[in-house]
Design a protein around this ligand. Sequence first.
Ligand SMILES: [Zn+2]
Length: 341
Amino acid sequence: MTLLDEAIRNSTGSSSSSEETPGESSEEDGPIDLLSTVVTKLCFGCVDESRVTKKKLITVCMHGDETCGMKATNELIKEGFFLKELQNTTTRVTIVVANPRGAEANKRFIDVNLNRIFHEDRLRRKGVEPPSPIENDPLFTTAYEVGLVQKLANEIEECDEYIDIHSTSAGSLPFALPAADPESEKLATSFAVDFVIQKLVKSVQGTSIGWAQILKKKAICFECGQHTDVKTIEVAKRVIKRFVTDRIEETAKNVLQCESNQVIRKGFHFVRTPPVAFERVSCNEVLAEDDEVGKIKCTASAGAYIIMPTANPILGEEAWFWGEVLEMKKEEKVEKVEKEM
Ligand SMILES: [Zn+2]
């Protein structure tokens, strides 16, 4: 049973709503049958459409095996957080389980990676009809995630601010990936994470944050830590609390900029110990090789940080992202000036 099932039972009817997958409804007091009654959407705060002044959207389980956002949400519901913080407010907070079947199966995805199919030329938005809408895609009826993406795209279009909560396969410190616009980047630094990584979303096509950026929303993806680490749930709770309340208790520790990623091609393998998250590598250091380009090395003259190294290389996905420290650039500049003086 997903925690969002519990969530709907622990919240009051007036401040929450649910969407259920089609199927038989369960008995009131009996065990909930996940397949027939999984709750995939909850709303808190102002439900009166005419009074709402700000709409905030949180998606959890965009990748089904990344459950920290869902678990955090339900712990916060049990603690009464949403009802307490959002009483007498004109803000509405909507929380959506993006990939319910993936979450149920504890799998990254069922058929295709949901966070790579938010393609602007295939999704509908208000007043814009795509030449070939996603429903015309031959995969629409057979690939589970392809059938979900338009609905999520609509939720994103409907909101003013959006966060998407993930976890990583390898161990990692918590970090934020804002949409590549100054407002989202500024908002990201107001969250208590170890790193904000700017521009990274640009190097991956078809993400929900990329879609939000096209629609000019303030949007941030959060990677809260490793899938199996219980601390990840605490990080997700902190992120959600900050997003819902606008209270800033602690800000981000470092800001990195990412301009490129490393794709996994045929024959990819590490030629040294696989890098750990946020490991610093020096210029010309060889990390891996593959059948197409041979040696894969760091080309940044000042070295770089390894962002989001994968623990399970999947052909066509990213092995890691390259990150440079923005502040370090400044420090180096100052040092150089001092030497020259
Ligand atoms: Zn993810």
